[in-house]
Design a binder for this molecule. Structure first.
Ligand code: ADP
Ligand code: MG
Length: 416
């Protein structure tokens, strides 16, 4: 290696030091728990007080923590739990245990395995039925314990079988010496439950609601992180105001704010910029939005769905219209298939792709009747941003070969 190579690296590391403070990545992490969370004192107090009631009465029951993503639900519960553990020790409450478990996509059995491992109870990782796992929890409790169990990201469990889901709710909400906290994004969780016996044991009124953060709250919360992660002066007040406004407008998800701060930091590092002014931040917010939506399309759509949405984009771009005809979309994606040397699809499967794109909110399908008995025609309108679809044509290797065909007549080949 020549010396220039190393001196270049050294220079880059110097730039990094002028932007980031030493532990920056920890403070911009989603899992970081601030020692004194702002704007959630009331909710944390509420959670603590209700759980103390459960513990003192060794009562059966549940709390539901409800709020949109990124409103501080997980953080608040963990802060409450930390306090409660100290409180239990201080007050010398014997045989009380609080456990926290996150439901992942892996289903109810995986959650039960996690709960058992939190209790130091040995169970097989698979092969048990829900009731067999639950029996192990009961056995633990029968040794004179009182348990409060928090199940975070509860909505993931809805992906498992309905029967198992309802069993879980039923047993956790009416077994002796067990109480539960359920954390959910669904305001109408109760609607998912059809079994009356389950519904009657779930306390749907015991809700601690988490309101979405407004602009000022987003600003103050993010400001704390900015001060911990970035060197003073890197992100001026007006620049952070822009970010806070965007985050609040997008639903107040603090995670969006943290991701955006990381994005800004990385950008500045690569570009060697030491101060991000508000114009630059404005620009970066747009880039970030496109990147996020584009990545979402790239990672969640099937190739057939991608072809359909690109066809909608292509037609509205080249015909300069807002709504396009579904049969034209069909013909266009068929043309793409021939370019990509893929087999064609029939109209029925094609309408399934369209329906899926419409239920996920990426397109609108507008049906129009020609008059009595004369059939209907479907028009399609793109709902996701054009730049996000364009992103597929530049960043997704599956669809990038179509780029030159889409932009053939259009002088718009610049990457987004
Ligand atoms: N009031 C707050 N003060 C400081 N940080 C917060 C606050 N609310 C949320 N955060 C941060 O935002 C991120 C997302 O919060 P989290 O509790 O995981 O949201 P939720 O569980 O509601 O989706 C975490 O990094 C958390 O530390
Ligand atoms: Mg959470």
């Amino acid at each position: 290696m020549d010396l220039d190579f190393f001196s270049a690296i050294e220079k880059e590391l110097e730039i990094k030091k002028e932007i980031f403070k030493p532990n920056w990545s920890r403070y911009l992490d989603y899992d970081y728990i601030p020692p004194k969370p702002m704007y959630r004192e009331q909710e944390i107090k509420e959670i603590i007080s209700r759980i103390v009631d459960f513990i003192m009465g060794r009562a059966t029951g549940n709390i539901i923590i409800y709020g949109l993503p990124g409103t501080g639900k997980t953080m608040s519960f963990l802060v409450a739990m930390k306090f409660l553990n100290q409180y239990i020790k201080k007050k010398n409450y014997k045989n009380v245990k609080i456990i926290y478990s996150k439901a992942k996509g892996a289903g109810i059995s995986a959650l039960m395995v996690d709960i058992c491992s939190n209790l130091n109870v040995n169970v097989p990782r698979r092969g048990f039925s829900f009731k067999e796992y639950f029996r192990e929890v009961e056995k633990f409790v029968e040794n004179n314990w009182y348990l409060h169990i928090c199940i975070d990201e509860f909505d993931n469990l809805l992906l498992d079988s309905k029967k198992k889901f309802e069993d879980l709710l039923y047993y956790f909400t009416r077994s002796k010496n067990i109480s539960t906290t359920i954390i959910t994004n669904k305001v109408d969780l109760a609607r998912e439950i059809t079994d009356a016996r389950v519904l009657s044991s779930l306390d749907t009124l015991n809700v601690v609601p988490f309101k979405s953060y407004n602009k000022k709250q987003c600003y103050d919360i993010l400001k704390e992180r900015v001060d911990l992660a970035f060197v003073d002066g890197f992100l001026p007040h007006e620049s952070l105001e822009h970010i806070a406004e965007y985050v609040a407008r997008e639903g107040g998800d603090i995670r969006t704010g943290l991701a955006l701060l990381r994005f800004c930091g990385k950008y500045a590092e690569n570009a060697g910029i030491k101060v991000l002014n508000k114009e630059k931040v404005f620009d970066l917010i747009t880039k970030y939005g496109i990147l996020r939506d584009g990545e979402l399309l790239k990672n969640t759509l099937s190739l057939s769905e991608k072809l359909a949405i690109i066809a909608v984009y292509d037609l509205s771009l080249n015909l300069r219209t807002d709504v396009v005809d579904a049969s034209d979309v069909y013909a266009t994606q068929d043309y793409y298939r021939s370019i990509l040397k893929l087999p064609g699809v029939n109209r029925d499967s094609f309408s399934v792709y369209l329906t899926r794109l419409s239920t996920t909110g990426l397109i609108d399908i507008i049906k129009k009747g020609y008059g009595r008995g004369k059939g209907t025609k479907s028009n399609i309108r793109l709902k996701v941003s054009r730049d996000a679809v364009k992103y597929l044509l530049f960043e997704d290797p599956d669809t990038a070969p179509l780029r030159e065909y889409v932009f053939k007549e259009y002088n718009d080949m610049n990457p987004t």
